[in-house]
Write a protein that binds this ligand. Structure first.
Ligand SMILES: NC(=O)c1ccc[n+]([C@@H]2O[C@H](COP(=O)([O-])OP(=O)(O)OC[C@H]3O[C@@H](n4cnc5c(N)ncnc54)[C@H](OP(=O)(O)O)[C@@H]3O)[C@@H](O)[C@H]2O)c1
Length: 259
């Protein structure tokens, strides 16, 4: 049995634990650190609770780190890591080198899951792509490996875009509500429209531009609204927001990292 330890049991870890249980991972293959939601989840879900972080590392083969980024290195330091253990960090912007120095001789991997892990729908980025970790991550949704850490950092911006997409869905729901749709209809329609747009691009082979051309009929409703969005310079705002997130993650201007 491979035992999974959660070091830092807050919002993200709770969603991941929900997803792992939903995927059929037995509760007794997990162990939780004793802060945050750890005690409550252990009690409610029948998962073991470690007495402290050293006991957690002693009991686990794979340790998922999900503290706030600023707590990450201190949280993994001095815990008696063993060869063959894997430390999997979900902490945004915390470099591999810092974690490797603190958790040697464990192998260190970075991932960026989304809260959709709870429903098995997280596109989880990973670097390096360790084969031993694939089966665990695949329980939470699509696994997207990145060849290097620079690319991993760029890909991490998508975790913020996930939140922006939910804001747009909320705006769509609110607009429909204000124009008379029933609340459940407005919510379902707004959400399923984004799911449909994403699935078409994820699952159809055509170029993204070709898919858009096929639906933006000249003189039609899609084109009418796109003209309003273009006049509002939504594209420049979107790129600016992505650049701002990458700068926060790396501490460097996004323009210096463009391909
Ligand atoms: N939330 C998301 O959707 C999301 C998505 C992708 C990645 N992430 C990453 O996941 C990490 C956690 O985010 P979050 O939103 O889950 O934060 P959170 O809710 O604040 O959870 C962090 C947890 O870590 C615990 N903690 C801190 N230091 C600890 C230590 N030394 N030992 C044991 N537990 C410790 C905290 O316990 P106390 O409450 O006792 O301080 C808290 O329960 C962040 O690094 C973030 O970048 C989050």
């Amino acid at each position: 049995m491979t035992r999974i330890g959660f070091l830092g049991v807050g919002h993200l870890a709770a969603e991941m634990i929900t997803g792992l249980l939903r995927s059929g991972l037995p509760a007794d293959e997990m162990i939780l650190s004793p802060r945050g939601h750890g005690p409550e989840l252990a009690e409610r879900l029948g998962i073991a609770l470690a007495s402290d972080n050293g006991a957690l590392v002693a009991a686990a083969d794979i340790v998922l780190l999900a503290t706030r980024p600023g707590d990450a290195v201190a949280a993994v330091t001095g815990l008696g890591w063993r060869p063959g253990q894997i430390l999997v960090s979900a902490c945004a912007g915390v470099p591999l080198a810092d974690l490797r120095a603190a958790a040697a001789p464990a192998e260190v991997v970075r991932i960026m899951p989304l809260t959709a892990a709870s429903i098995g729908a997280s596109p989880t980025t990973v670097h390096p792509d360790l084969p031993a970790l694939r089966p665990l991550l695949a329980r939470l949704g699509a696994v997207i490996p990145l060849a290097d850490e620079v690319g991993f950092e760029t890909a991490t911006v998508s975790a913020a875009i996930y939140g922006w997409a939910q804001v747009l869905i909320g705006l769509g729901r609110d607009w429909s509500l204000a124009h008379g749709l029933a609340p459940e209809t407005a919510r379902q329609l707004a959400a399923e429209t984004f799911v449909a747009a994403g699935r078409m691009i994820a699952e159809r082979p055509e170029a993204v531009e070709a898919l858009l051309t096929s639906l933006a009929t000249p003189g039609g409703i899609t084109e009418r609204g796109l003209k309003v969005l273009e006049a509002g310079d939504v594209e420049a705002s979107w790129i600016g927001a992505c650049d701002a997130v990458l700068e926060k993650l790396t501490g460097a201007p996004a323009s210096t990292r463009r391909a």
